[in-house]
Design a protein around this ligand. Structure first.
Ligand code: 0A1
Ligand code: ZN
Length: 887
């Protein structure tokens, strides 16, 4: 197997660019099979650069047609072109380079650089796609001003868009037309974008805080204009929110969002021309669910917020990716929370975000691809758009706010922009701004950027009746991760409260400090172990630890079942109220899993389970709680989260245990669940607002519990909801209930669904993904679905809807004991590798945790990994993932 680590790019090797680019003029003659790009770059030697070599990068797919420097053609001896590098040695201090390249956009299935989707042209340049367009110092610390001329056939490509402002447009006489765009801001090449084709837009003028007006546009294919309103609303809300919360304004006269059906990721923040996966733009009640609506709001916000955190201030190099991504995820999370408005709504948003972190980031941090928030090396940067960079990165930013307070955090942000607007900087620069603006020493906080792995914080408590002192001792440790055997202590904010016997928060007075007595405090854990003492505590309290999930750690404390039930009923911190329920559920589910493994009767395996279900009944029926909160409280930890709790993962046993508890819950709470369905039926026109979505969420959780009973009553209920649904949230929930049951109407419902939505790609994705993750779906069924006329491996959304859903969201079937799921996985990784390495590498990550499975499964998984590793023409993307998995 090839394990060429010499190809690795290292953070410690960073050097300044030799040359800086001042201006970039690009002329595109767009043609699907033969596009010509004429680039004119003005370069100047960088006084901090080393040599007088101009170093440009170009992808293998590029054909160099012409190269001129300062007006003269460069002879073949004047430059070197090898290994994707074009080097002009001994270049003058100032140089004008004219480069002509030829590209084949239609043949570009990688969806990086310039490509064609449904007959229209799009670009994707982050991280290293610009080198598929022209030779360029394609690195984020080279920032230039761009002017872009687009020429194309008018009939086929009536719309021509690029970054910034439209300067001029007109006819070229030969059936072609042109548009000239100019971006007034300097930017790195990864933010360049163009779009050309048959598109239509919804547009609005929007008043900005400083009195200016901006033109907002959402561009889509014809026929989709009835699905742009929510994205437009979300954009306007984002603009207002950034003005109010951070004093940041839109700096352009025009801001465009364009939707594309073929896209590797969620969306891209190109300056003034955001390009989005259709999944995060298109919505109406017929096709989109409540969570689609929420995701659209979050992603529109995310890309818009990048305009300051990412574009105005960008990254010095790709190791600093979390500088923009962690910060921007934090901003979009806060935006979504503020849009809900209520405290309880904020808590549910927090719970959702923490669920993602635990479900996806904790396993990453414990597996072969574990890396620090600021990685030290990579083979392929595309593999580092990870949940660690994004979600853990956001948690790191959130900890600044927890430590410094909202105002302190804002001061830090202000100083960051004051110092670095227009620059390409590092995570250290951000930390320095936070520290300096607040007069704080955040030296130790750096370890959150440099050390990988999820820290564990163990709490121990002691109450002394005589002195009325309550002691909390916190100890931290962090497991080894690849390349990092030992870890130094982190600076961890641990937010806590103490509950008295009535469930009320106690005033927290530190020993020797009577100056204040808040009911929630942030303890700063900086040593391996530290003790905190509280005085004046009359009676032993129940501690509420890590409130609001104040740090991305695993908190261990020996709570009794009674303590947890008590917190579940009384904690004033809604996050911890939810958390207590999850801890109890996990405890019971793990006990049940062990019983399944040992073929012991499940009825006796988890004695406390009946009491737990009663606690859930109380929450379900407590109408003083928001429906959305009751929904998350009733949702059991996922099979993936439970897997992480086991030393040796047994997917079948976990599944059986979880299904057993779901059925038991359904049987015990049957009447309450039916009542919840009736009480939370929404009436009138569909609205995606948080309160209505919460009601639908609770109702559908209840319905899906009832569906577990798989009897005529539950069949009738699900079928009725399916037949009557007037929105996608209710429809898809009902379909899920039917598909996972033996209801007689299930095949018919699936077929009707397909016929009704055949023309809506995003809905057909749901149709595939629902079947892929169904309990009744086995490997041969997925193979059959791959032959369906609507399946298309080249479209990432479609590939994800079927292949990824099966491999990642259907653990009990994917991990079939005969290894057939793994063989299927290997085939698909290899097939995708030839089409789209980025998507292939994502799928390859499925096997990250193979070593944690029992020996038989692990061996089969290893075999599948080896098969991929030995496949011919493996991309760097896939190679990196499988090599690290096997290492
Ligand atoms: N910066 C984008 C994510 C993104 C990264 C790479 C891409 O290439 C296929 C596309 C998008 C974001 O954070 O939204
Ligand atoms: Zn981003």
């Amino acid at each position: 197997m090839r394990t060429d680590t010499t190809l690795a790019i290292r953070r410690s090797d960073y050097t300044e660019p030799n040359y800086l680019v001042e201006t970039v003029e690009l002329g595109f003659d767009l043609d699907p099979t033969d596009t010509r790009v004429a680039a004119r770059l003005t370069l100047r030697h960088n006084p901090d650069g080393r040599a007088n070599d101009i170093v440009l990068v170009g992808d293998d797919s590029l054909e160099l047609v012409q190269l001129r420097m300062n007006g003269k053609p460069l002879s073949r001896r004047a430059y070197r072109l090898a290994d994707n590098e074009l080097r002009i040695p001994n270049a003058p201090e100032e140089a004008v380079l004219e480069i002509e390249t030829a590209l084949k956009p239609e043949a570009n299935t990688s969806l990086m650089g310039l490509y064609v989707s449904n007959g229209n042209f799009f670009t994707q340049c982050e991280a290293e796609g610009f080198r598929k367009i022209t030779f360029f110092p394609d690195r984020p610390d080279v920032m230039a001003k761009y002017k872009v001329m687009l020429r194309a056939n008018r009939e086929q490509y009536p719309v021509l868009l690029s970054n910034g402002n439209l300067i001029e447009e007109g006819d070229l006489g030969d059936g072609r037309h042109y548009a000239l765009w100019e971006d007034p801001f300097r930017k790195p090449s990864y933010l360049f974008a163009l779009v050309a084709g048959k598109l239509v837009c919804q547009e609005e003028r929007c008043a900005l805080a400083d009195g200016r007006e901006a033109l907002l546009q959402v561009w889509v294919e014809e026929g989709n204009l009835d699905k742009t309103q929510h994205a437009m609303e979300s954009l306007k809300n984002s603009i207002r929110w950034d003005e109010e919360r951070f004093g940041l304004e839109l700096d352009l006269d025009r801001f465009m969002i364009v939707a594309v059906g073929d896209f590797n990721m969620g969306a891209m923040e190109n300056k003034g021309l955001n390009i989005f996966n259709t999944k995060y733009v298109l919505a109406n009640p017929r096709i989109a669910t409540d969570s689609d609506y929420a995701n659209i709001e979050a992603v529109v916000g995310h890309e818009y917020f990048h305009n300051w955190t990412g574009n105005r201030v960008t990254c010095r190099d790709w190791f600093q990716l979390s500088l923009k991504e962690g910060l921007t995820v934090f901003r979009d999370q806060e935006f979504s929370a503020d849009m809900v408005g209520t405290d309880s709504g904020r808590a549910v948003k927090r719970i959702d975000d923490v669920r993602v972190l635990r479900q996806a980031q904790f396993p990453e941090d414990a597996g072969p691809m574990a890396h620090p928030v600021r990685p030290d090396s990579y083979l392929e940067i595309n593999n580092f758009y990870t949940v660690t960079i994004y979600e853990k990165g956001s948690e790191v930013v959130r900890m600044y706010q927890t430590l410094l307070g909202r105002e302190g955090f804002r001061k830090g942000m202000d100083l960051y922009f004051e110092r670095h607007d227009g620059q390409a900087v590092t995570c250290d620069d951000f930390r320095a701004a936070m520290a300096d603006a607040n007069g704080r020493d955040l030296t130790q906080f750096e370890r959150w950027y440099s050390q990988a792995g999820t820290p564990r914080v163990r709490a121990e408590t002691r109450y002394d009746d005589a002195s009325r002192i309550y002691e909390i001792t916190l100890s931290q440790s962090c497991p080894p991760t690849p390349g990092q055997k030992t870890k130094l202590p982190f600076h961890i904010p641990v937010k806590i409260g103490l509950l008295d016997a009535q469930g009320r928060d106690l005033p927290l007075v530190f020993e020797g400090d009577l100056s204040e007595a808040p009911t929630t405090r942030v303890l700063e854990l900086t040593e391996a172990s530290q003790t905190f003492r509280f005085t004046g505590i009359f009676g032993e309290p129940v501690p509420s630890l890590l409130r609001d999930f104040s740090a991305p750690v695993i908190l261990e404390y020996d709570y009794s079942d009674d303590d947890l039930a008590f917190l579940m009923a009384h904690d004033s911190d809604p996050f911890n109220r939810w958390e207590a329920g999850q801890r109890l559920a996990t405890r019971h589910l793990l006990a049940l899993t062990r019983a399944v493994q040992e073929s012991r009767p499940l009825e006796e395996a988890a004695p406390g389970v009946a009491t737990f279900i009663e606690s859930l009944r109380a929450i379900l029926n407590d109408t003083t709680l928001d429906a959305a909160f009751r929904e998350v409280a009733l949702t059991l930890p996922s099979e993936g989260v439970l897997a992480e709790e086991m030393d040796v993962i047994d997917p079948q046993a976990i599944h059986a245990a979880r299904q057993y508890l779901r059925r038991m819950l359904a049987r015990t709470l049957r009447n309450d669940l039916v009542a919840a369905c009736n009480l939370n039926a929404t009436t009138g026109a569909y609205s995606p607002d948080a309160a209505s979505a919460g009601k639908r969420g609770l109702k559908n959780v209840a319905l899906l519990y009832l569906a577990e009973l798989d009897d005529t009553d539950s069949h009738a209920m699900t079928q009725a909801q399916y037949d009557r649904a007037d929105n996608m949230t209710d429809r898809i929930a009902a379909l899920m209930g039917l598909v996972n049951s033996s209801a007689p109407g299930k095949a018919d419902a699936l077929e009707r669904f397909y016929t009704e939505f055949e023309g809506e790609a995003l809905v057909i994705d749901k149709w595939f993904s629902l079947q892929a993750s169904a309990r009744t779906t086995h490997v041969p069924d997925v193979r059959r679905l791959m032959k369906h006329e609507a399946f298309n491996l080249k479209n990432p959304n479609r590939a994800r809807s079927l292949i990824f859903s099966f491999c990642n969201a259907n653990p009990a079937r994917f991990h079939a004991p005969d290894g057939s799921g793994y063989e299927y996985w290997a085939e698909q990784v290899i097939a995708l590798n030839a089409i789209n390495p980025q998507v292939a590498a994502r799928l390859a990550r499925t096997m990250d945790r193979w070593r944690k499975y029992d020996r038989l499964l692990a061996q089969l998984m290893k075999k599948a990994l080896q098969r991929v590793a030995e496949a011919p023409k493996l991309s760097k993307d896939v190679l990196e993932v499988v090599t690290k998995a096997l290492a």
